[in-house]
Design a protein around this ligand. Structure first.
Ligand SMILES: C[S@@+](CC[C@H](N)C(=O)[O-])C[C@H]1O[C@@H](n2cnc3c(N)ncnc32)[C@H](O)[C@@H]1O
Length: 253
């Protein structure tokens, strides 16, 4: 296990629950020292798991299929939730390591993994400190996760670290709006109620810019509204695309 400092101490996430957690410890030590795991949203987790079938019927299933199409080799999926992507992995994928920190969602994902068309192992962990070695994977997948991670830059540096040279990052995320009015609403929500009612989610993140900053070259980027009906909501603007790991691994320690 690498020895990067615990990312959850000084960022206002409210997770510094024990004096033992001093920000110098590693994530693993932090798990032991703190009184609860870093990602725990029991109500949101249950509500989210209930909503994924309806989301899929409203079009998310098709976006998930496009997200994963033509993927091959060893894949890491981060923040896998209840495993809503699992059925869509194509046959060229030899294995998936699905990382999910939320206990309830991880349990649901484990049940789904057993019925998936490709071999999937579901493990505990957070995006900011992935429990794997450098350059272990041919592809990494994130869907509707980078809005919720505590430290988006650190999560993307980790995704960059674990991908082999030329490896692909596939992403499907809701992001900052183009319209100034909607952007203002996003800022207001993000600074007030939204993260606490939606499992740490932020509506207004400029995720494509963060992907570029982490050393990825964006090869495909599709902007769209989801759901594509009625008025635009703060969570309507989405991106779906692929990026390649082009620059060398950075030292995140
Ligand atoms: C909106 S759900 C999306 C789940 C799934 N990827 C999907 O497409 O349906 C957000 C997910 O991000 C996970 N998450 C939140 N913070 C995280 C972190 N720091 N590292 C990894 N996953 C995280 C949550 O537990 C949850 O499963």
């Amino acid at each position: 296990m690498r020895t990067a400092p615990c990312p959850f101490v000084t960022n206002g996430h409210g997770l510094n629950l024990a004096a033992a957690c001093d920000g110098v410890r590693t994530m693993n030590e932090c798990h032991r020292g703190c009184m609860k795991p870093p990602v725990s949203h029991p109500l949101f987790a249950r509500a989210y798991a209930c909503s994924t079938p309806a989301m899929d019927r409203a079009g998310a299933a098709e976006h998930r299929r496009r997200l994963l199409m033509r993927l091959t080799g060893r894949v890491i999926e981060v923040g896998a939730g209840d495993g809503a992507n699992f059925d869509h992995y194509p046959a060229g994928v030899t294995s998936v390591l699905a990382v999910e920190p939320e206990q309830y969602l991880r349990g649901r994902a484990q049940q789904r993994a057993a019925r998936a068309p490709v071999p999937i192992e579901v493990v505990d962990g957070v995006a900011e400190q992935l429990p794997v070695s450098n350059q272990d994977f041919d592809a990494a997948v994130v869907s509707l996760v980078l809005c919720s991670v505590t430290d988006q830059d650190q999560a993307l540096r980790e995704l960059h670290r674990v991908l082999a040279s030329g490896g692909q990052l596939r992403f499907f995320e809701h992001v900052r709006a183009e319209s100034l009015v909607l952007r203002r609403v996003q800022r207001l929500l993000d600074a007030t109620v939204w993260p606490s009612i939606a499992g740490g989610c932020h509506t207004g993140r400029d995720t494509a810019a963060t992907i570029g900053r982490a050393g990825f070259r964006i090869d495909r980027l599709h902007h769209f509204r989801f759901p594509d009906v009625g008025l635009s909501l703060p969570t309507s603007p989405h991106i779906l695309g692929a990026a390649s790991r082009v620059s060398p691994v950075r030292d995140t320690g």
